[in-house]
Design a protein around this ligand. Sequence first.
Ligand SMILES: Nc1ncnc2c1ncn2[C@@H]1O[C@H](COP(=O)(O)OP(=O)(O)OP(=O)(O)O)[C@@H](O)[C@H]1O
Length: 232
Amino acid sequence: MTFNSDPIVSFQEGAIFQNENKILENINFEISKGEFVYLVGRTGSGKSTLLKTLYADHSINVGKASVAGFDLTKIKRKQISSLRRKMGIVFQDFQLFDDRTVAENLEFVMRATGWKDRSKIKTRIAELTMDVGLSTKCDSFPFQLSGGEQQRVSIARALVNYPQIMIADEPTGNLDPEVSEEIYELFESINRKGTAILMATHAYSMIEKHPARILLCESQTIKQTSIESLAR
Ligand SMILES: Nc1ncnc2c1ncn2[C@@H]1O[C@H](COP(=O)(O)OP(=O)(O)OP(=O)(O)O)[C@@H](O)[C@H]1O
């Protein structure tokens, strides 16, 4: 049996621009399959731009950059949906359809990504809502849910197609500490089942409680750091 140990994310000498402005350069890092990695850095340091680059919402033309086997420097528009099917994306502001129930929010993404069989869709929705602790809320609308529950729906939506990596951009930015703790625990349980996670966050107290490798956006590049250096 051959074991494929290629990293899920790999950058070599990458540089990312916003129009003609350089946002990040000398980007050199890898994320292994199944790894949990934090991305930290001051406001405006380039975290969101890096994450957008990973899901091909922002282009990269300098250096080497790949995610889940896709070369981001060469990716074609028509390949982007295949790339995104290998990743789950979670935002700070949930981005749910307010006029659809939890089940309908999930079904919408499933149908948009090629799911057709009614009974398979139903079974997957039951699994997903169970995995994120929302089994009893399938028929609720987002406005009937707490912020933490809404974020659980968006995490379930990101998991629909069994992603190899989840990209989360400040997923607890709108949540209080107690609820944030539950969301971190949920990400940890998803990670234990084998999905890599790259999470941008400002919540150092959460990193202390849930340690993992930390990448820092600083001085227009990406460095590896530790919670001890950040706390100084
Ligand atoms: N659409 C855009 N057009 C022009 N400049 C942009 C755009 N988006 C981001 N920038 C600039 O790129 C730089 C990096 O922004 P980015 O949003 O990636 O930072 P961030 O680290 O995610 O910040 P935050 O923690 O506040 O989310 C900033 O200087 C920002 O002003």
